[in-house]
Design a binder for this molecule. Structure first.
Ligand SMILES: Nc1ncnc2c1ncn2[C@@H]1O[C@H](COP(=O)(O)OP(=O)(O)O)[C@@H](O)[C@H]1O
Ligand SMILES: NC(=O)OP(=O)(O)O
Length: 310
């Protein structure tokens, strides 16, 4: 029996922001993820890390301020830490949920590096929002340290470069684990951004958009489906307006047209649609489902979101 390979991308709602929030959210998320873990599916999971990578960065910097013998922690190292921290909660929550259902499967997190282009324009235009909302004074302190900030509702947040994912260093390991029917968590937080320099990999100061990394992961794994579990049940046209239309299906051609027309929020829905376009490419088989993770029920909500296909 040929198994279907599915990549599931988990957003903010699936994880929460703080440590206790994340543990609770991971337990609920695990219920939704476990529904996909069936005999005929191979499941690979990826996830966001915006709040977590910001929290780790702040904590590590504070540590340096208190103990000057420690050096500052690069963003790439903070990304690696966020993969470990989130993966730890997720893999244990999914393992428990599977055991509760009488299923024994190893669930493991692969520390994943994603190659980016050193000449990517994004390095000159930081735009990816991370971390918590700061006061004006805190934001000014961040700027003095050479970090970038942007004004958001209620205050300021840090922004970092977000280059496009080009390649996934550990793809063969992820694929091998998946072929062995194990549940894999990979490319967390978009992956640890690295620059390939001959045989060396050098961490880059950036945070990759998790939706784009999810698309790249699904593409390189030759997945059948990418499931994006987010905070809305459907992709909309005229989002948030009186004449909002929720889409049950979206063709690839229309996805491209509406993306160009600016129908999708930058840094929110637009990267999901971009990921769908890149992943589906010319394939008549591949599809993308964008839907809401119902945290209370731990289920995928009815109507099954928006299905994007060629
Ligand atoms: N056209 C659209 N249709 C639906 N949601 C949209 C649209 N444009 C922007 N959004 C926003 O995208 C958000 C989901 O993206 P994001 O906040 O990045 O979630 P996640 O962390 O799950 O990736 C929704 O909460 C919604 O506010
Ligand atoms: N890396 C990333 O895209 O994280 P968020 O989804 O939390 O912004």
């Amino acid at each position: 029996m040929k198994k279907k390979r599915i990549v599931i991308a988990l957003g903010h709602e699936a994880l929460g922001s703080t440590l206790p929030e994340q543990q609770k959210a991971a337990a609920r998320t695990a219920k939704a993820v476990a529904d996909f873990i069936r005999e005929d599916y191979q499941v690979v999971i990826t996830h966001s890390n915006g709040p977590q990578v910001g929290m780790i960065h702040t904590a590590m910097n504070e540590f340096c301020r208190l103990y000057p013998e420690y050096t500052a922690t690069p963003t790439s190292v903070c990304s690696a830490m966020s993969q470990g921290y989130i993966g730890y909660d997720l893999q244990n929550a999914i393992r428990t949920e599977l055991l509760n259902r009488g299923i024994y499967k190893t669930v493991s997190t692969v520390l994943t590096q994603v190659v980016v282009d050193p000449y990517d324009e994004a390095f000159y235009h930081p735009a990816k929002v991370i971390g918590r909302v700061m006061t004006k004074e805190e934001a000014e302190e961040e700027e003095k340290k050479g970090n970038h900030v942007t004004e958001v509702e209620g205050g300021y947040r840090r922004i970092v470069a977000s280059p496009k994912p080009m390649d996934i260093v550990e793809i063969d390991a992820i694929s091998a684990l998946s072929d062995a029917d194990q549940v894999v968590i990979a490319c967390g937080g978009g992956g640890i951004p690295v620059l390939a320099q001959n045989n060396r990999l050098q961490g880059a100061s950036a945070v990759i958009e998790k939706d784009l990394a999810a698309g790249k992961l699904a593409e390189l794994l030759d997945a059948d489906m990418l499931v994006i579990l987010t905070s809305v049940d459907k992709v909309c046209l005229n989002y948030g307006k009186e004449d909002e239309v929720k889409l049950d299906t979206l063709s690839l051609a229309d996805a491209k047209k509406y993306l160009a027309a600016g129908e999708f929020g930058e840094g929110t829905m637009a990267p999901k649609i971009e990921a769908a376009i890149d992943f589906i490419g010319e394939s008549a088989i591949r599809s993308v489902l964008v839907t809401k993770l119902n945290k209370e029920a731990g289920e995928i909500t009815g109507g099954m979101g928006t299905l994007i296909k060629k």
